[in-house]
Design a protein around this ligand. Structure first.
Ligand SMILES: C[S@@+](CC[C@H](N)C(=O)[O-])C[C@H]1O[C@@H](n2cnc3c(N)ncnc32)[C@H](O)[C@@H]1O
Length: 311
């Protein structure tokens, strides 16, 4: 067993008194502790630690996402009248966009974190989007009958799971035969930027080590095709696409939110708790982000893998 995983398990045991049975909680983004539960269908699987958590700096990134900038690869399959499930929906901005496209079809957004779903529900209300609802649940134990949806979608979720193949099988189970299971995940090792800064390189490496210590696979984009094949799909369209942050406004947004994430989010807590870096190191990473974002030629690209699978 990896030494860092041992540390995760130790932390889990020492804080066990905070575990809840009836509410989905992801350690360590919740102030009340780590409770990863399996006591009911809406709970988390064992060892499923969501590395990023839901700190405001993380949500600043996630709420920027739209169907257009994050799910373009599947939009040709998203047709009015379809019923769609968005698993690991987070703050729900993509979910709401998809709901507008399938109306009057119905959309359900599921996430393991009850707290992030409160924000998603508020966003749907503000957008006057009446055909979407949100509920807590675990992607590997969905509370839906077989074949319930025309489309089952997951954006940036499989990379956080100890068993992404099991998750894809479960997504397939709740998709109707002939429907579409679609997933998109970043590939952290393939992220690239300019100008180079060894502190940013180290920060990325520490993220990848932390995710792996949590039993997850940060270089997921390149593996999606294989995971879909292992899940039993034989009709798969694999693609790739990027996000690119290179205008002054985009650089400021991306650089500031990462400066905050690396010092204030649960990622920062984990990096220090796992003994991978000191708070002073994290502060130096934040300085590097703030330096990068004001470079006139600063450029950052995030590569993603994508699969559209016929159920
Ligand atoms: C990177 S966020 C992506 C959110 C949203 N799909 C988006 O792209 O904006 C990953 C989400 O997956 C959720 N998640 C992690 N493990 C999960 C699980 N086992 N079942 C359901 N959701 C899970 C987390 O709570 C988090 O909100």
């Amino acid at each position: 067993m990896d030494w860092a995983v041992m540390q995760v398990l130790t932390v889990s045991v020492t804080r066990q008194g905070l575990t809840e049975v009836s509410i989905c909680r992801l350690w360590p983004d919740q102030s009340s502790g780590p409770g990863r539960t399996r006591g009911h269908a809406g709970g988390m699987s064992e060892k499923n630690v969501y590395t990023h958590g839901h700190h405001e700096s993380v949500l600043r990134s996630h709420t920027w996402r739209t169907a257009e900038n994050s799910a373009a690869y599947v939009l040709a399959h998203v047709v009015a009248g379809m019923n769609l499930l968005d698993v690991g929906c987070g703050p729900g901005t993509i979910t709401i966009d998809l709901a507008k496209r399938v109306a009057p079809g119905q959309v359900i957004g599921v996430d393991a974190s009850a707290s992030v779903l409160e924000g998603a529900a508020r966003a749907a209300e503000e957008a006057a989007c009446a055909n979407v609802t949100f509920q807590s649940g675990d992607i590997t134990q969905l509370e839906f009958e077989d074949g319930s949806f025309d489309i089952v979608h997951a954006h940036q979720v499989l990379q956080h799971l100890p068993d992404p193949v099991a998750a894809l099988r479960e997504m397939r189970r709740v998709c109707r035969p002939g429907g579409v299971v679609a997933a998109r995940d970043a590939d952290y090792a393939a992220m690239t930027w300019f100008p180079e800064d060894p502190r940013l390189t180290r920060a990325l490496e520490l993220y990848r080590r932390t995710a792996r210590a949590n039993g997850a696979e940060p270089d997921a984009g390149r593996r999606l095709l294989g995971w879909a094949q292992q899940a039993g799909f034989d009709d798969i369209i694999p693609t790739a696409s990027t996000w690119c942050y290179a205008t002054p406004a985009d650089r400021t947004w991306w650089g500031s939110l990462w400066a905050d994430r690396v010092t204030q989010s649960s990622l920062a807590t984990q990096i220090v708790d796992y003994g991978l870096a000191t708070p002073e190191d994290l502060e130096s990473f934040a300085e590097a982000w703030r330096g990068w974002m004001v470079e006139a030629d600063g450029w950052y690209a995030v590569l993603h893998g994508e699969v559209v699978c016929r159920a």
